[in-house]
Design a binder for this molecule. Structure first.
Ligand code: GEK
Length: 241
């Protein structure tokens, strides 16, 4: 795994993008930046194994290098499903295609597409995954995307929604952000790397509160939803159609 040192030297502030430089170190970056990432992936596999009905589709929206897709494909016992892994970064999808070309992955029912998830159709789904992707979608497009997912899911199907979150109480919000920065330094990132990455994400990753997510899921037609994982300002929810 190539080490992420993208923000290790002083640089002019620019908005974060999922380009080739990021894609080349992405596994290291996300493992050291999202508390509980490996656990979340593994449990997405457990959830998918429970909910993936034969003859249906799974959508991994904003799949990056396919961490969630691979966790699901390795844990679902049957092969009677189609897993659509979608990302709008060509640097990510081309790498994922190469990863899937190895003999060990050859019979996994995964199809990779490079597309904007706001433009695709979703139908006959039993499982949809937005693992730290909705936070990068423009806030005004989020309601329509979540509604499209709800409409494309079969009754009883699930959306797994993982997000960086913000807290309504300012002191608690500040505390969790501070503890998160301590976590990043414990993962080997310097104070400069933490500060420069934070600045680069400021206009790009827009977190919302858990209540705002629950309200949107409810409005979209999900019958129930709740948090199944949380660590500081990172959480994962499951919503049942
Ligand atoms: C994982 N889910 O490892 N359409 C498609 N993809 C998009 C869009 C869009 N409109 N906007 C952003 N992305 C992955 C991790 S990373 C999270 C997801 C992170 C993609 C973007 O290109 C990137 O690959 C991904 O969403 C977000 O389980 O880096 O914190």
């Amino acid at each position: 795994m190539k080490t992420d040192n993208i923000f290790s030297t002083p640089q002019a502030r620019t908005d974060f993008v999922f380009d080739d430089k990021v894609a080349s170190v992405f596994s290291d970056m996300i493992n050291r930046s999202v508390p509980g990432y490996a656990t979340i992936l593994s449990m997405i596999g457990v959830l998918a194994a429970r909910f993936c009905a034969p003859g249906t589709r799974i959508y991994d929206l904003g799949c990056s290098l396919g961490g969630a897709s691979l966790a699901m494909a390795h844990q679902i016992a049957h092969k009677d499903y189609e897993l659509l892994a979608i990302d709008n970064s060509p640097a990510m999808t081309s790498r994922l295609e190469s990863l899937l070309a190895i003999p060990l992955s050859a019979d996994l029912p995964i199809t990779v597409s490079c597309a904007d998830i706001c433009d695709i159709e979703i139908n006959n789904a039993s499982v949809v995954v937005l693992n730290f992707t909705l936070q990068f979608i423009a806030p005004e497009k989020r309601d329509a995307l979540v509604k499209k997912i709800a409409d494309g899911l079969q009754p009883g199907g699930i959306l797994i929604l993982s997000e960086k979150i913000r807290f309504p109480a300012e002191p608690l919000n500040d505390l969790f952000i501070d503890l998160y920065h301590e976590f990043k330094q414990a993962q080997g990132y310097s104070a400069l790397e933490v500060a420069q990455k934070r600045a680069a994400l400021e206009n790009v990753l827009i977190p919302e509160t858990i209540d705002a997510h629950k309200q949107r899921l409810h409005n979209a037609g999900f019958s129930s939803c709740d948090v199944w994982f949380q660590c500081f300002n990172f959480c994962s929810m499951v919503a049942v159609r």
